[in-house]
Design a protein around this ligand. Structure first.
Ligand SMILES: *[C@@H]1O[C@H](CO)[C@@H](O)[C@H](O)[C@H]1NC(C)=O
Ligand SMILES: *[C@@H]1O[C@H](CO)[C@@H](O)[C@H](O)[C@H]1NC(C)=O
Ligand SMILES: *[C@@H]1O[C@H](CO)[C@@H](O)[C@H](O)[C@H]1NC(C)=O
Ligand SMILES: *[C@@H]1O[C@H](CO)[C@@H](O)[C@H](O)[C@H]1NC(C)=O
Ligand SMILES: [Fe+2]
Length: 608
């Protein structure tokens, strides 16, 4: 019997009396025209189905754009797919003024199609836990060192941090290659609120030069934590903690080192806001640097890590589910990189970021400050800073041979960009194809309004006119969810185990005069024993490598396994492998290696 071409297949799970009503996972459905016909048509499914779902419909094509559809029934199917998703996936608000997120408060609501199980090895946080009752300050440097011996002695980077944390050159190194390389930027003029004079910093510059000349040459850099200004600091263990909003000036020396040369702890200049200098008494200068590191901890965790990778990934994932049907090629390309953000972010919102979570109990930016900081951080987002080549150029990182983050990020970006460009060419012949793909335009429009809140000053696209624009944006999404997440996540434990290097909270207010602290006093600014340990135990748990780690550009999805896409995937993986080798070679020559952007260490998506 001839029954035409099969284009859509309906499938339904029926409860049978006597059998428990369970979800079933359907891999695919295979159709043969007759029992003799050797040819099998495969309708991939890869989903969990429930009796309650009624019919679900499967197609046998790989991917196609809406305007290439020839049958009405298939156009209808695309539309029904989206209607269904839009009912199920709605936008919600996590904080006013921050990117919108998925309107779900439990992983159960997400259902098995979109959740995953992260297998983790068991990790011993026993020693840290034993201190969780100790509500006292660290009594001495020695006590911190003993604690570190139990905790950090197997971590070679952490040991390096402990040995060098007081050195100015290492402070500068961390701004470039530590866990938050996104803050530092080159400046050609002093910011108006930094009351540094040329005279003040002359001793720290080359003898034959001046601040003005050094700025002109591009040797002066700035860290500005203005985003923290006047934020309400948390109470930890019933005690007030404090936040600063420092400005820190750094100089790139002729010896090839980047060193801080001036630190002002608060934004508004004045007699109670001195500029600390390397020539000040050692405890003053060390404490000023610790304030900068404390500010960096907040910005790293909430803006660099959570906002720039986790929340951005969630915005793109939600928009993808709502606006791109599963048959859309971009849905297929992006999902492996973004799917997991929904679950991990829902979990983060109900644990880490909730009442009695680690931010509430132990970190200076607690539940009062987080919404304000995320809203300010959203206002300060710039599309150029999300796109590596622009970011590296704007911040003048290309001028610093010691910025391994920038070098590696550029190469990962380039490899991904070539991959995405090749992939776009498979589906879009020209810019008109891009302009006329209404699903794609709705997708980027929704990201612009829900993610970037329609703020045009951010500079993110709200539509795509060209394939080039689309390629840049898609590369940015993949980069942020994979490489950037790796750069800011992998490194955090390494740089944070030695507590004075990255205090999560400060127990005393920022100094308003010079000469007011002694060497012993410095440690009294650190958070109490049990709250420091709380932060570390969470970081340690978050830092467990997944057993089912999927490296960058390794795809398990069926649609990556045949056709022209296979060649593209092979190419990008070959390129990434070469890069991993180059990075390994370079690292073997370095005193402190920079491994975080080596492609074999980059996970394909944000899973933790
Ligand atoms: C999985 O996805 C299919 C197709 O979108 C949907 O019909 C089904 O309800 C989902 N399953 C669950 C358990 O959410
Ligand atoms: C800069 O300093 C002025 C006072 O001189 C102050 O009013 C302003 O708020 C400061 N800017 C910021 C961002 O804090
Ligand atoms: C996060 O960092 C830790 C190391 O600190 C690593 O073991 C883990 O795999 C990383 N996760 C991701 C998703 O990169
Ligand atoms: C520290 O210990 C005190 C009691 O010993 C407890 O009330 C407090 O919750 C603990 N803090 C943290 C952050 O675990
Ligand atoms: Fe993360």
């Amino acid at each position: 019997m001839w029954f035409g071409i099969v284009v859509l297949l309906r499938l339904r799970l029926e409860a049978q009396p006597g059998f428990p009503d369970l979800d079933w996972h359907c891999h695919d459905v295979q159709v043969r025209r007759s029992s003799e016909d050797p040819e099998v048509e495969v309708f991939p499914c890869h989903k969990w189905i429930r009796t309650a779902d009624g019919y679900i419909e499967l197609r046998n094509e790989k991917a196609c754009l809406k305007k290439k559809e020839t049958l009405d029934i298939l156009i209808n199917h695309r539309e029904r797919d989206l209607q269904h998703k839009q009912q199920f996936m709605r936008w919600g608000t996590f904080v006013e003024g921050g990117p919108h997120c998925v309107d779900m408060t439990s992983v159960t609501a997400l259902g098995p199609n979109l959740s995953y199980i992260r297998q983790r090895p068991v990790y011993n946080v026993h020693y840290i836990k034993s201190l969780i009752e100790r509500r006292t300050s660290w009594s001495s440097l020695q006590e911190l060192e003993t604690f570190f011996l139990f905790n950090g002695r197997e971590n070679t980077v952490a040991k390096y941090v402990q040995a060098h944390w007081q050195e100015d050159a290492f402070f500068g190194y961390q701004c470039l290659n530590g866990c938050n390389p996104l803050c530092i930027r080159q400046i050609h003029n002093l910011p108006p609120n930094l009351s540094v004079t040329s005279e003040m910093v002359r001793p720290f510059l080359p003898e034959d030069s001046s601040l003005g000349q050094e700025m002109e040459r591009g040797h002066v850099y700035l860290l500005d934590y203005e985003v923290l200004d006047q934020l309400p600091a948390n109470t930890v263990n019933d005690k007030q903690t404090y936040l600063a909003a420092p400005l820190c000036l750094l100089h790139y020396s002729r010896q090839g080192e980047l060193k801080p040369i001036a630190i002002q702890l608060q934004q508004a200049p004045g007699p109670q806001n001195p500029v600390f200098l390397p020539s000040d008494a050692a405890p003053d200068w060390l404490l000023a640097k610790m304030w900068v590191r404390n500010s960096d901890f907040q910005v790293h965790q909430l803006l660099t890590h959570f906002l720039r990778t986790h929340l951005l990934g969630e915005v793109c994932c939600t928009a993808t589910l709502r606006q791109l049907p599963e048959i859309h090629p971009l849905h297929q390309l992006l999902m492996p990189h973004i799917r997991s953000t929904l679950q991990i972010n829902i979990q983060a919102r109900v644990t880490l970021l909730a009442t009695k979570g680690v931010f509430d109990k132990s970190i200076a930016c607690g539940l009062e400050a987080i919404p304000l900081l995320l809203a300010r951080g959203t206002q300060r987002l710039r599309y150029s800073s999300m796109c590596v080549p622009d970011d590296v150029r704007v911040r003048g990182l290309d001028a610093l041979p010691i910025c391994y983050y920038a070098q590696d990020a550029l190469r990962v970006w380039d490899a991904l960009h070539r991959f995405v460009a090749g992939w776009i060419r498979l589906y879009y012949c020209n810019d008109e194809d891009v302009q006329h793909d209404c699903e794609l335009q709705n997708w980027i429009g929704e990201i612009f309004t829900e993610g970037f809140l329609g703020l045009s000053h951010i500079g993110a696209p709200h539509s795509f006119q060209t394939a080039v624009e689309m390629c840049k944006f898609v590369t940015m999404v993949i980069f942020s969810c994979s490489a950037l997440h790796a750069a800011v996540n992998f490194s955090q434990l390494d740089y944070n185990i030695w507590i004075p290097n990255s205090p999560a909270a400060m127990s005393r207010p920022p100094s308003q005069t010079k000469g007011s602290v002694s060497e012993e006093d410095v440690f009294s600014f650190l958070p109490e024993v049990n709250s420091s340990c709380h932060v570390l135990s969470v970081l340690s748990l978050l830092s467990q490598p997944a057993i089912d780690f999927v490296p960058l550009c390794h795809y398990n999805e069926w649609y990556f396994s045949s056709g022209a896409i296979v060649k593209l995937v092979e190419e990008v993986r070959r390129e990434l492998k070469m890069l991993a080798k180059d990075i390994a070679d370079r690292n073997s020559q370095l005193e402190l290696p920079y491994p975080y952007l080596s492609p074999d260490c980059i996970e394909n998506s944000v899973t933790i």
